[in-house]
Design a protein around this ligand. Sequence first.
Ligand code: FE2
Length: 290
Amino acid sequence: MKVLGLRLIKKTVLLDGDEPFYHLYYGNEAGEEGSLVTTFPMPWRNAGSRGSGQVRILSLGVPEGSLSFWKRRLESFGLNTGVLERLGAKRVTFKHPCGIEYEFVETHGDTKGSWTGGGIAADAAIRGIRSVGVSTRELPQFTSFLVDGLGFVDDGMDGEDARFLIGHGQKAHVLEVLHEADRPQGSWNLSRGTVHHIAFDLPNATAQKTLKLHLEGLGYTDVSEVKDRNYFNSVYVRTPSGALFEAAVTQEKGWLKDETRETLGRELKFPLWLEDRKDEMAAKLEPIRE
Ligand SMILES: [Fe+2]
């Protein structure tokens, strides 16, 4: 993240199953919803297959006029870049060294905070997630899920690609769907070089419960129970595209429950229920070079 200039907001672990692994959150200065990119580094696992039924592209929103800066910066770090236009938006594209596709897209009037330094000034710093591109083999079934299930508005197509909108204000509200009927399905497990899921922010537990019941009522019964993720509570749903979506509600205090705003991300934090295994787990995790 030295290249992108995001702030490491939280260093913690996730324990789904029996082996702990890091869960690292990067975002803007305050780690606002809509700015977060998270990673589960697990170098001991096999590389996953990228394919359909996954989030394929992560688009980062940057201020108007900054695309050329980012192209130069990426190239100065030895990354190959491309320029293309899709769904009416110009993009500078590159791949993360792990293989995941990223893009920069200029956004208009995004007043979210940013994180500056390391050669990145406020007039270029990333404002957060602009959109994601989900690859699907089947468009109509996924469209129906997005519109009837989640409340997205169908915003039209460009070739094989479709755009959907949800919400308003400063959070990311664009979802791009890449219709790739012949693309083999990608892996769903936690594996190197793939996006496991995307998360949407919900305002409160009532909205989360209402959404879960609504989806189940439509027949989308693959909605998980509410999982306590220490800083937020989440439900997960396997969508008809194959991609996994998460609906998260931030807990009281959020990131600030165990660190101050100034010291976010400095220390490795464990949820209370893992406190007694902290030393044992920390010993299994390799040190992070920042
Ligand atoms: Fe998540």
